[in-house]
Design a binder for this molecule. Structure first.
Ligand code: HEM
Length: 137
């Protein structure tokens, strides 16, 4: 653990990068109310479309070196919590909980943790997350 990372501002920057890099909610759907054009793709009224947040969060047109996990990335307008009127109501709470959890794990009074075995991921396609992460110290 790098004690530097436990600095609250650095910690919140790092948490946002973790959420960009490994987006927990990969896909959400929308039903299109009017004929619209996105870029040069016409989308007719009544269509059901999938928004791929994980893909948008790795867009090379918006993120420098998108496939690199950079815990000090500050230019980070990720879509992990959506956008617009349905922007996640729980975003501040989720950020607080993640910063508190990682902050506790980085406590210099704790022995350093090591990965005990390869993490196991859930099978879900829409919600991405760990099934099990075993550590040892
Ligand atoms: C890392 C954790 C979380 C992620 C990645 C996440 C992600 C999202 C996303 C992407 C949306 C927008 C869906 C859309 O576009 O329609 C959303 C909406 C929402 N989230 Fe979260 N969320 C998280 C945690 C939470 C928590 C902790 C709460 C409540 C305590 C919460 C409550 C809500 C609610 C109520 C909405 C609907 C807002 C609306 O439709 O106006 N979320 N969330």
């Amino acid at each position: 653990a790098d004690p530097e990372t436990a600095d609250p501002e650095k910690l919140s920057t790092a948490v946002d990068e973790l959420m960009r890099y490994d987006t927990p909610l990969q896909m959400f759907e929308r039903w299109v109310l009017d004929d619209i054009l996105i870029g040069d793709v016409p989308i007719p009224r009544g269509s059901e479309i999938a928004l791929l947040f994980g893909s948008a969060n790795r867009d090379p047109a918006r993120f420098e070196n998108p496939d690199v996990l950079d815990l000090s990335r500050t230019d980070n307008p990720h879509l992990t919590f959506g956008a617009g009127i349905h922007y996640c109501l729980g975003a501040p709470l989720a950020r607080l909980e993640l910063a508190a959890s990682f902050g506790a794990l980085l406590d210099p009074a704790l022995p350093p943790l090591r990965l005990a075995e390869e993490p196991r991921w859930g099978d879900g396609y829409v919600i991405r997350g760990l099934r099990e992460l075993l550590v040892e110290f």
